[in-house]
Design a protein around this ligand. Structure first.
Ligand SMILES: Cc1cc2nc3c(=O)[nH]c(=O)nc-3n(C[C@H](O)[C@H](O)[C@H](O)COP(=O)(O)OP(=O)(O)OC[C@H]3O[C@@H](n4cnc5c(N)ncnc54)[C@H](O)[C@@H]3O)c2cc1C
Length: 307
């Protein structure tokens, strides 16, 4: 515990002790982060990583918390949130965005500059770093389609650019970047008609509002798409729409979402995830895998379905 008092005094204004993770995740629930850092510069991020690595303190990278369920028991160590590490730049057809920039903000800028290639991702509420880490996608477009490269701090503490051709990636996954810190993403976009792009963006935002329960806290689709099917369809045919545990419910608007409709705890959401997995497995034989990332300790008797 003594490490908490070891930080340089220059960094302490950017740290929050016992930070409620409900304030930093879109599920709006979960326990406390022992220390949450909100760095604004690359130097601060490097310092924090080095500080934790040297002392063997658990270290996690957080973007906008839109794909994470944090345990009610909280998070040991340091959680480094990049929401204040923002900025974009356009050079010709290239869009360069710092990792903490909201993806939707970057898309708005690309569209307003008549640049096509990420407009179908409109409305995804994550950061550019989170979008790269997850290869976020929607409406037949993925982050990596037009990504040129991204800048990282690797596990040795080196800053380097990784070009798309140097790695492999797939549906909601990028291989070999575990424990890397993404600092920046660079897309190489295509010139296109601005009015057409604006129309596409508006239509996608409308479709999201029509189909998704955006009026409640959630972390988007809970489960990965099983081969040749949709998790939401399977959940629906199993009659699980509206199923609830405590304050968590399978959305009646979109069965692929679990919503925090009434002060759900992370345990409520976790128990509901397991119930859905168990029931879908029982009725259809298909094992749904979570797309959402579980952080911290979810040690319950019912922690079985995904094994
Ligand atoms: C209403 C709603 C709709 C959604 N719709 C979609 C959709 O259509 N398509 C889709 O793909 N997703 C969707 N999502 C999920 C989510 O927005 C994406 O997965 C997004 O890319 C996560 O970004 P984030 O910044 O919130 O990442 P976080 O949730 O903060 O983190 C997710 C993972 O990325 C890692 N990470 C984040 N930033 C960095 C970084 N800078 N360096 C290294 N690792 C990092 C974290 O460690 C974690 O493992 C939706 C979520 C919501 C709430």
């Amino acid at each position: 515990m003594t490490w908490i008092n070891d930080f340089n005094k220059e960094i302490t204004p950017f740290l929050i002790k016992n930070a409620p993770m409900k304030d930093f995740t879109t599920y709006k629930t979960g326990g406390l982060a022992q220390v949450l850092a909100l760095p604004q510069t690359q130097e601060q991020i490097l310092y924090l990583k080095d500080f934790c690595q040297t002392r063997k303190i658990p270290f996690r990278m957080l973007g906008l918390g839109s794909n994470i369920l944090v345990s009610q028991k909280g998070l040991e160590g340091l959680t480094c949130c990049l929401k204040n590490y923002q900025g974009t730049e356009i050079n010709g057809t290239e869009l360069c965005a710092k990792a903490g920039t909201a993806l939707d903000k970057a898309i708005e800028i690309s569209v307003n500059n008549g640049l096509a290639g990420i407009e179908c991702l409109s409305g995804i509420p994550g950061s550019c770093g989170g979008a790269v880490y997850m290869n976020a996608g929607a409406f037949n477009q993925e982050t990596f389609d037009t990504l040129k490269s991204f800048k990282v701090i690797d596990t040795q503490g080196n800053i380097k650019d990784i070009y798309k051709e140097q790695i492999t990636y797939g549906y909601r996954k990028v291989n070999g970047i575990e424990n890397h810190i993404i600092l920046q993403a660079v897309w190489n976009l295509k010139p296109a008609d601005k009015q057409e792009l604006l129309k596409t963006r508006r239509s996608i935002l409308n479709r999201r509002a029509e189909k998704q329960p955006l009026e409640y806290p959630s972390a988007g689709s809970v489960f990965k798409r099983p081969q040749g099917d949709y998790a939401s369809r399977l959940i629906d045919v199993c009659g699980l729409r509206g199923l609830s545990v405590g304050g968590a419910m399978v959305s009646t608007k979109h069965a692929g979402f679990i919503i925090n409709y009434n002060n759900a705890t992370a345990d409520d959401i976790f128990a509901l995830i397991r119930k859905v997995q168990n029931e879908v497995k029982k009725q259809t034989g298909i094992a749904l895998q979570t797309e959402q990332i579980l952080w911290g300790d979810f040690d319950t008797a019912d922690n079985t379905a995904e094994k």
